[in-house]
Write a new protein. Structure first.
Length: 318
């Protein structure tokens, strides 16, 4: 009984619970290491979470709608590589950025078409698309990094307004706007309705296929924005830039309280989930914990948080 009361309270106030966890970790690290509360480290944490958060916005829409996107990392990398090559060929910056983002949007559109028109499972579609996009990147680049000197792009990834990095400002604007879209607009309500019960949504007159198509397009759009930023951050295109963004974005969404079965979730929750994981990684680095154990700890954190959520949901059903 006590367990159900605790876990129900955790889920009912998920964002507050995550906030308390972040506060506890921050207090511990401030005493455990002298470098944690320095401005350079705190801004470094914000920069590290920016990419995961931007990609996570799109992933939040996809998962709430009942889907999943496993190819976000390579979609981002595709945008970055195409944009880098165009800039090297002398293409104007605005045109190169536009084409790069449109390419990532095209990947999202293809995912949406396969899911809605061919009726293939989202897991299979996006997993297969990961290999397709990765292959295209390797064919284009032959595995080589492309360097750039475009100051406009570099500013997006490395510049700052006063002490605040430009990329963090971009993240904050996107989070604020799309939090409003998800929570206060008709489209956001449709996304939740389709993910919660697609039969009821269809009976209510919602075109579930159109909604799912748009969430994958949105996911591609955010991957494109992240691709532009990471190009500036790395001073060029790197075929290995995808890293673990696929799993990191999904973990941030789930830890932030979005149900994998769809129907509910918030972008602020996802932001807190991303911050929690990055803060733990940062703390482990400052404490000089072996990098392999860092991966283990992050995995355990995801299991614990999602386990509390699952226990609570099961308790509510009974």
């Amino acid at each position: 009984m006590k367990r159900n009361k605790f876990t129900n309270m955790f889920t009912a106030h998920r964002e507050a619970g995550l906030g308390l966890m972040l506060l506890a970790i921050g207090v511990f690290l401030s005493f455990a290491t002298k470098n944690f509360l320095t401005s350079s480290n705190l801004f470094n944490v914000l920069k590290q979470m920016t990419m995961v958060t931007i990609i996570g916005i799109g992933q939040t829409f996809v998962i709430i709608s009942g889907g999943i996107d496993l190819c976000v990392g390579y979609t981002m990398t595709l945008c970055s590589m195409i944009m880098a090559y165009l800039l090297l060929d002398g293409t104007p910056v605005v045109l190169a950025v536009t084409i790069g983002i449109l390419c990532s949007v095209a990947v999202g559109l293809m995912n949406g078409l396969l899911v809605t028109k061919i009726k293939l499972p989202a897991f299979i579609v996006t997993l297969a698309m990961t290999n397709v996009v990765k292959g295209i990147i390797l064919v284009m680049s032959k595995g080589y990094i492309t360097s750039l000197s475009s100051q406009a792009i570099i500013t997006l990834g490395q510049g700052s307004v006063g002490p605040v990095p430009v990329m963090v400002i971009i993240m904050a604007v996107l989070v604020a706007f799309f939090s409003f879209v998800l929570s206060q607009t008709v489209f956001g309500n449709k996304v939740k309705a389709v993910g919660g019960n697609e039969v009821a949504a269809s009976l209510s007159g919602i075109d579930k296929d159109a909604v799912r198509m748009w969430v994958y397009v949105l996911s591609g759009l955010f991957c494109g924005i992240a691709g532009v930023i990471i190009t500036g951050r790395l001073n060029g295109g790197n075929p290995n830039a995808a890293g673990t963004f696929d799993m990191d974005s999904i973990a941030a969404v789930i830890v932030g309280g979005t149900s994998l079965s769809g129907g509910s979730g918030t972008i602020p929750g996802m932001v807190l989930g991303a911050l929690l994981m990055i803060l733990i990684k940062n703390g482990l680095v400052l404490l000089r914990v072996n990098m392999y154990w860092q991966t283990v700890v992050i995995g355990l954190v995801i299991i614990v948080v999602c386990g509390l959520d699952s226990l609570s949901r099961n308790g509510k059903r009974t």
